[in-house]
Design a protein around this ligand. Structure first.
Ligand code: XUL
Ligand code: CO
Length: 441
């Protein structure tokens, strides 16, 4: 059965196309630095936003009209799998991601929940046989059910901790079965509301123990996906433990976990943390920890996680600049952890949203590649730091100085000369590259 009958496979038609169901900039076959666009961008559909969510918000019920609305339970879960593979094929997206509870209904007992998961996992595996779509990552939902009121791996209740461990154990088995390239831990309710009732040290120690057990179990069953932490500063708890990449990195290093994990950087989480998307990508990249990306965008006027589809070309350009300098994303990808607005309730909006996101990242990729090819920012930055390539600067970076030597040098200095950082000039150049790419030059 077809769920999106009126929609054909989305093709690349170029920037002059007026066809809403066509890519204007994303040309999967186009070669950028000898690699296909498709291979660099590694787009992924987020199951939860596209097949499970219905537009419910704190003020009102769902608005989404979906062809599977009349179904319930496992029938609904199966219809969503059918619809998902139809959408993946039609959008030509190579990956998808899910939480366990997105694909199969949670039952009253863990055992029954496992049974539901097994049915749907087998069905997905079957669909994957006839499709080139792969699983970018899966994860466990350890935040919706009331049992996680005080967290999962940081819960004050050891029974909840054990339950969460069982869920992740099953998740790793499902990940292995479906050939997942990564396994994600987003903090969920791993955080706290007030120190008055919180043993922070025990919670963090327990979280680290949990991650070590996950790593051990992955080894035991031969799951070779990359583990990823997805930082977020707030929402749902006031103080999320994985606040941002730097905080998460310090945690991983403290507990000897950094060799097993990388980061899944989400744009909207970066901005909630008071950073730019590119800042978080840079911190992960320079530490060799950039694993994957949740590609979305927030709203500068709104202080919560709006998870909009990415359309800001400046942001996609600077993000792809980091990704290219990282040598790509390895096993990671660009996962649209993004939802259509509540007012965009028709099924075809799911296509418009993904097309917009894919075209936006395709433009970002092209502009970033050109900027790098012409060494626009590299040459400027190299020149800006040129004082470290000779004389006292070279002595500093090569470790030949101490405070005595630097004082001796400083005492004989005359007037210190600084040079302009030229921020406005550089921004204008980025704009120029963007506009040239958009006009097809
Ligand atoms: C929550 C969020 C999650 C993770 C997966 O803000 O981004 O959807 O990506 O649990
Ligand atoms: Co996310």
């Amino acid at each position: 059965m077809a769920y999106f009958e009126e929609i054909n496979k989305i093709q690349y038609e170029g920037s002059s196309s007026k066809n809403p169901f066509a890519f204007k900039y994303y040309n999967p076959e186009e070669s950028i630095n000898g690699k296909k666009m498709e291979e660099i961008l590694r787009f992924s559909v987020a199951y939860w936003h596209t097949f499970t969510a219905d537009g419910t918000d704190p003020f009102g019920v769902g608005t989404a009209i979906r062809p599977w609305d009349h179904l319930k339970g496992l029938d609904l879960a199966k219809a969503r799998v059918e619809a998902a593979f139809e959408l993946f094929e039609k959008l030509n997206v190579p990956f998808f991601c899910f939480h366990d509870s997105d694909i199969a209904p949670e039952a009253d007992t863990l055992k029954e929940t496992y049974e539901n998961l097994d049915v749907i996992t087998a069905m997905i595996k079957d669909y994957m046989k006839d499709s080139k779509v792969k699983l970018l990552w899966n994860t466990a939902n350890m935040f919706t059910h009331p049992r996680y009121v005080h967290g999962a791996a940081t819960s004050s209740n050891a029974d909840v901790y054990a339950f969460a461990a069982a869920k992740v154990k099953k998740g790793l088995e499902v990940g292995k079965e479906l050939g997942a390239e990564n396994y994600v831990f987003w903090g969920g309710r791993e955080g706290y509301e007030t120190l008055l009732n919180t043993d922070m040290k025990l919670e963090l120690d327990n979280l680290a123990r949990f991650f070590h057990m996950a790593v051990d179990y992955a080894k035991e069953i031969g799951f070779d996906g990359q583990f990823l932490i997805e930082p977020k500063p707030k929402e749902p708890t006031k103080h999320q433990y994985d606040f941002d990449v730097a905080t998460g990195h310090a945690f991983l290093q403290n507990y000897d976990l950094d060799k097993y994990f990388k980061f899944n950087v989400e744009a909207n989480h970066a901005t909630l943390a008071g950073h730019t998307f590119e800042h978080e990508l840079r911190v992960a990249r320079i530490n060799g920890m950039l694993g994957s990306v949740d590609a979305n965008q927030g709203d500068t006027l709104i202080g919560w996680d709006t998870d909009e589809f990415p359309t800001d070309l400046y942001s996609t350009t600077l993000a792809m600049y980091e990704v290219l300098q990282n040598g790509g994303l390895g096993k990671g990808g660009l996962n649209f952890d993004a939802k259509v607005r509540r007012g965009s309730f028709e099924a075809e909006d799911l296509f418009h949203a993904h097309i917009a996101g894919m075209d936006s990242f395709a433009i970002g990729l092209k502009v970033a590649a050109k900027l790098l090819e012409d060494r626009v920012l590299e040459d400027f930055v190299a020149d800006r730091y040129s004082s470290y390539t000779e004389g006292i600067g070279l002595d500093i970076v090569e470790g030949r100085t101490d405070f005595h030597k630097l004082e001796e040098y400083a005492l004989q200095l005359g007037n210190i000369q600084n040079r302009s950082g030229r921020q406005e000039r550089l921004k204008a150049i980025v704009n120029q590259y963007l506009l040239e790419t958009l006009s097809g030059k």
